[in-house]
Design a protein around this ligand. Structure first.
Ligand code: ZN
Length: 438
C-alpha cells in the first residue's frame, strides 16, 4: 500500500499536513456559536476543553482524542480497485430455490443502487443470499464494506467471506485489531470503525442492524451515512427489525425482501406462553414454577437437551440450586463474563452436558442441533421483542432436527412477548404461502 492509499475515502487526524495533496478540514467546525466534531457529529459542550484551552470531542475518544488543533485529512475515494472476474467469488455451495429468489431481489436492488432491507428469519442463510450481489458489486470495481455493531459477528464473518471470496483482498477492522489497515475492495469492520471513513463505499452491508448499540446510537447511524458515497447504497440485514424499520417498510420508504423460511424450508417455532404467577417471588424462596420442573424432567427422561434462559446473571445461582433440589442435573450455568464461557458452550456442543442455564448472551450466533428452549421470566424487560424472537430461533436450526419447542414462563403477558409472538406469526403466514412446513 502506498502512503496515499491510507487516505483514500478516509478522514485521518493530524496537527500538521502529513503529506502534500491532501484535502484538509478542521476536526471541530464552528457552526453558529457551537463546535461540531466532524468525525462523529457530536456537538461540544462548554466544558469540553483541555488545560491548554483546546476543545476536544468526548464522544469519539475511543478512536483517539480529536481536538481543535487537529485537521482531518482525506483523498476522495478514487476506486483504484481491480474489477474482479466473477467478483472474486469462489464459493461452490448452492442456494435453495427460496434463497435464489431472495438473492435475485437483493442483487436487483444493489444494481439499481437503492437502499434495501433483507428481512430473513434466523437460520435462513442470509449471508449466502447476499453473495451474488456482493460478487456483482466487486466485479464492477466497487468498494464495499460489510459492517456489524457486534465485533463477534465480524470475527465470525471474516473467515467465511475470506473462503467464499478467496480472490478478493480483504481487511478486517475493529478496536485493537492486530493487523494494520489496508486499502482493499472489501472491508469487514465494526460500525464504530466506519467513523474513520468518508464517502468511501459504493455499498455498505449492515449485518444485525437491530443489534446493540447501533439501534440506539445516532452517532453510528450517521457513521454509516458518512462512510457511504452520495451515489452509494446500503443493504440492511436482520432477522428482527425494530419498530422504526418496520414502520419504514410499512410506509414503503424502504424496500424489503422477506425470507420467511429457514434454509431447510421449515417455519419458525412459535413461542408457547405459560403464565407463572409471581415466579420472581418464588425464585426468591428457592423454588421454580411446578410446570417448569415437570417440563424439564420430561425433557431429561426423553434425552432432550435444552437451553434455559433467565433474565439476570444473579438469577443463575438461584435457578441452579432450585434445579438441583428438583433432581434435574447434568447442566451448567454460563454468562457473558464467565471465564469458562467458551469451554462450557463447547461442552454443550460435544454433548458432555445436557443443558445450559444462561442469560441473553446466547441469544444470537450460537447453534446447537436439536435443543429445546425454555425462558424463565420472558416478561422481564431484559428480553426485548427482538431478543425473544432470536432466542426462539435457537430451536430447529439443523436440517436433521428442523423443529422443536420454545416455552416462555411469564408473570404476565407483556407487550414485548405479544409483539414477539406476532412477528413469528406474521413471518410464518408468509412462509406457509411459500410452502413452508411446520
Ligand atoms: Zn467526535
Amino acid at each position: 500500500m502506498t502512503d496515499k492509499e491510507a487516505f483514500f475515502g478516509r478522514q485521518l487526524p493530524f496537527r500538521a499536513a502529513p503529506a502534500p495533496d491532501l484535502t484538509a478540514t478542521p476536526a471541530l467546525k464552528a457552526l453558529g456559536s457551537r463546535l461540531q466534531c466532524q468525525r462523529c457529529g457530536h456537538w461540544l459542550g462548554p466544558t469540553d476543553r483541555l488545560a491548554n484551552q483546546a476543545w476536544y470531542c468526548r464522544q469519539c475518544l475511543q478512536l483517539g482524542r480529536l481536538t481543535s488543533q487537529h485537521k482531518l485529512y482525506t483523498i476522495p475515494e478514487p476506486n483504484q480497485l481491480p474489477k474482479l472476474a466473477n467478483g472474486g467469488l469462489t464459493w461452490d455451495g448452492e442456494l435453495s430455490a427460496q434463497q435464489q429468489v431472495a438473492a435475485q431481489s437483493v442483487l436487483a436492488h444493489v444494481q439499481s443502487q437503492t437502499n434495501h432491507l433483507l428481512w430473513a428469519v434466523t437460520g435462513a442463510g442470509k449471508t449466502e443470499i447476499v453473495y451474488p450481489a456482493l460478487a456483482w458489486a466487486l466485479g464492477q470495481g466497487w468498494r464495499v464494506a460489510w459492517t456489524s455493531p457486534r465485533v463477534d459477528v465480524c470475527l465470525e464473518l471474516a473467515p467465511r467471506l475470506q473462503s467464499a471470496f478467496a480472490d478478493v483482498p480483504q481487511t478486517v477492522l475493529y478496536g485493537n485489531q492486530p493487523q494494520p489497515y489496508r486499502y482493499c475492495p472489501l472491508t469487514i469492520c465494526t460500525t464504530h470503525q466506519l467513523l474513520r471513513f468518508q464517502a468511501a463505499f459504493d455499498l455498505i452491508v449492515v449485518d444485525e442492524v437491530d443489534a446493540f448499540p447501533l439501534a440506539t446510537s445516532p452517532m453510528l447511524k450517521r457513521a454509516i451515512d458518512h462512510a457511504q458515497k452520495p451515489t452509494g447504497c446500503h443493504l440492511l440485514l436482520t432477522a428482527t427489525p425494530g419498530e422504526g424499520l418496520q414502520k419504514r417498510v410499512a410506509r414503503k420508504t424502504l424496500a424489503v425482501t422477506y425470507v420467511p423460511l429457514r434454509y431447510h424450508g421449515h417455519l419458525l417455532p412459535q413461542i408457547d406462553l405459560q403464565i407463572a404467577w409471581r415466579w420472581r417471588e418464588q425464585l426468591g424462596h428457592g423454588r421454580l414454577p411446578l410446570r417448569l420442573i415437570r417440563q424439564l424432567r420430561a425433557y431429561q427422561q426423553a434425552g432432550q437437551r435444552f437451553l434455559l434462559f433467565v433474565p439476570h446473571v444473579a438469577d443463575l445461582a438461584l435457578v441452579d440450586r432450585a434445579l438441583h433440589r428438583a433432581g434435574i442435573a447434568g447442566g451448567v450455568t454460563v454468562h457473558a463474563a464467565d471465564e469458562s464461557r467458551q469451554e462450557k458452550v463447547q461442552a454443550m456442543r460435544d454433548r458432555q452436558v445436557s443443558f445450559l442455564v444462561t442469560t441473553t448472551i446466547l441469544e444470537r450466533g450460537v447453534t446447537f442441533p436439536n435443543v429445546a428452549v425454555v425462558i424463565l421470566g420472558g416478561d422481564d424487560p431484559v428480553f426485548s421483542t427482538a431478543a425473544l424472537v432470536q432466542i426462539a430461533g435457537r430451536v430447529g436450526r439443523s436440517a436433521q432436527f428442523p423443529t422443536g419447542e420454545v416455552t416462555s414462563y411469564c408473570h404476565s403477558y407483556t407487550r414485548r412477548v405479544r409483539l414477539a409472538r406476532g412477528m413469528i406469526a406474521r413471518l410464518n403466514l408468509q412462509g406457509r404461502r411459500q410452502g413452508g412446513r411446520p
